[in-house]
Design a protein around this ligand. Structure first.
Ligand code: KIV
Length: 278
């Protein structure tokens, strides 16, 4: 059986110069396929809201929805390192709420760690969570839960002042006890500087090649979600048109009566009608 990764193992990968891969998963079937493909970490992201649940943003996602999907991911990938994403409103109100909700990811869904968005303003919460035994991954740069305050979904840290603030946020999160940091949508040189300045791994999404690892929304990687495709996304295949084509063929065959054919049907006594007395 595959050995489950650990926080220490993920942190050691940075020291060893090994790139880290992380992908989102929201259900058991996909989690099983990703785990079989040897990805280092699975993130049950609150992108769930847009990618799977049909919400307009991540803000609507509830703690119960996250637990429901994280539990499914754990069932599908028992040996994977799974990170649960704290949804909007689950950690901002108090450190107590953060610990209770973070604890739910570990106790109810079997996650290994949690992720939350924010810089210095969440450092007290991060320390409280880590002291309570909950491993925390930070997330700075473009933070979707507060995207409206950041002027929408756009590149962050382009000017010197915001770039300096981001480096300071990264250092503060490391000091607070975060074991890794997602850097979203920032210039690649800033990604390089933060990666060099902190000793915990950086996981980039639209943050350039110098990060210690990369994360993508799996539906984007597979070309399954075409509502909004950020420019940093590389789709490694195009499943949406393939699915459309397959379903079109199915519709056609059902309507013409060519499916199910003999090969896809169960045979019975040829005189069944007679035997049934009908
Ligand atoms: O919710 C999510 O999927 C994320 C990643 C894109 C980092 O936060």
């Amino acid at each position: 059986m595959q050995k489950r990764n650990t926080v220490a193992g993920i942190m050691a990968m940075k020291k060893a110069g090994e790139k880290i891969t992380m992908l989102t998963a929201y259900d058991a079937a996909m989690a099983a396929m990703l785990a079989a493909s040897d990805v280092d970490m699975l993130l049950v992201g609150d992108s769930l809201g847009m990618v799977v649940l049909g919400y307009d943003s991540t803000v609507s996602v509830t703690m119960d929805e996250m637990i429901h999907h994280a539990s499914a991911v754990r069932r599908g990938a028992p040996a994977a390192f799974v990170v649960g994403d704290m949804p909007f409103g689950s950690y901002q109100s108090s450190r107590r709420d953060a610990i209770l909700n973070g604890g739910r990811f570990l106790k109810e869904a079997g996650c290994d760690a949690i992720k939350l968005e924010g810089g210095r303003e969440v450092c007290g919460t991060v320390t409280a969570l880590v002291r309570a035994g909950i491993s925390v991954m930070g997330h700075i740069g473009l933070t979707p839960q507060t995207a409206t305050q950041l002027g929408g979904y756009k590149v962050q840290g382009r000017d010197i002042e915001s770039a300096r603030k981001m480096v300071e946020d990264a250092l503060a999160l490391e000091k607070a006890g975060a074991f890794a940091l997602v850097l979203e949508c920032i210039p690649d040189e800033l990604g390089r500087i933060i990666t060099e300045e902190i000793s915990i791994p950086t996981i980039g999404i639209g943050a350039g090649v110098h990060c210690d690892g990369q994360v993508l929304v799996t539906h984007d990687l597979l070309g399954m979600f075409d509502k909004f495709i950020p420019s940093f996304v590389k789709s490694y295949c195009k499943l949406a048109p393939a699915i459309k084509e397959a379903v079109g063929e199915y519709n056609e065959e059902v309507r013409s009566g060519s499916y199910p054919d003999k090969e896809h049907s169960f045979s019975s006594e040829s005189n069944l009608r007679k035997l049934l007395g009908l």
